[in-house]
Design a protein around this ligand. Structure first.
Ligand code: BTN
Length: 255
């Protein structure tokens, strides 16, 4: 059972022991008019979805696989930053319930000791001038052991239990995530991106590093020098050119 500290988020919860993807269910519910703050959560997903059309490993019942329907009264141009709002919220929540401090790899992967512990997938339903819904899909590796990641994921993925040495109460973590997501979303709506950006920067492990960015069109390398007010990563290429990256896969390069 959840001890919610929120006004709206999680007041409506749709729980599935097993489903294909909470994200798909939430998107359909949102189109059918589900309330702001509705949460779809599953023990196991058989077709978990990640960014860039990848799949997301969520067969074990040891993670948090959930999608939150938000209905902020904003225009579509302000929707993309919600991914960063979510990243900051989850980082805070993890910090509160474990002894681990995660890092955020731009835009929104949470890493501990360089391995991925959380992925976020946000999807937008909008008209020309109004956001209908933002579906924030959150996948947190919580109590998996190394066995769960055998094979390809082992070098790149980890869980909170593996990193902290103790099992984590998933209900507690869910309520903390929802609490901070509500708080930081409100903050973003009221005060704009600036305060969120500052918190994001305090967790980030991307800025001031040499990185490789792979976009749909090209692969570029350079120094990550900042984040713009609309959430883009600023890259200084070796020829001195400054490039703003809006969507890409990032590799941190050793220097
Ligand atoms: C990524 O890093 O590529 C994003 C992964 C997002 C996974 C979550 S798990 C809950 C929700 N349902 C899905 O199918 N995907 C998201």
């Amino acid at each position: 059972s959840l001890h919610l500290q929120t006004e709206h988020l999680g007041r409506e919860i749709i729980y599935h022991p097993v489903c294909e993807s909470t994200q798909t269910i939430a998107a359909n519910k949102a189109r059918d008019g589900a309330l702001h703050g509705t949460v779809v959560i599953a023990e196991e997903q058989t077709a978990g979805r990640g960014r860039m059309d990848r799949s997301w490993e969520s067969s074990s019942g040891e993670g948090i696989w959930m999608s939150v329907i938000l209905r902020p009264k904003i225009t579509p141009q302000f929707a993309a930053q919600f991914t960063l709002v979510a990243a900051v919220s989850i980082a805070r929540a993890i910090e509160e319930v474990t002894n681990c401090v995660p890092n955020i790899k731009w835009p929104n992967d949470l890493l501990i000791n360089g391995k991925k512990v959380t992925g976020i997938l946000t999807e937008l339903q909008a008209d020309m001038d109004r956001v209908q819904a933002i579906i924030v899909g959150i996948g947190i590796n919580v109590n998996q052991t190394a066995d769960s990641f055998k094979g390809v994921l082992e070098p790149i993925a980890t869980s909170l239990k593996m990193e902290s040495g103790t099992a984590v109460d998933r209900s507690l973590l869910v309520s903390k995530v929802l609490f901070h997501l509500e708080r930081y979303s409100d903050m973003y709506i009221k005060l704009g991106f600036e305060p969120i950006k500052l918190i994001w920067e305090s967790y980030n492990c991307t800025l001031n590093n040499r990185i490789r960015a792979t976009t749909l069109r090209e692969t570029v390398e350079g120094q990550a020098i900042g984040m713009t007010n609309d959430g883009a990563l600023q890259l200084r290429l070796d020829n001195g050119e400054i490039k703003n990256i809006y969507s890409a896969d990032i590799d941190l390069l050793k220097t």
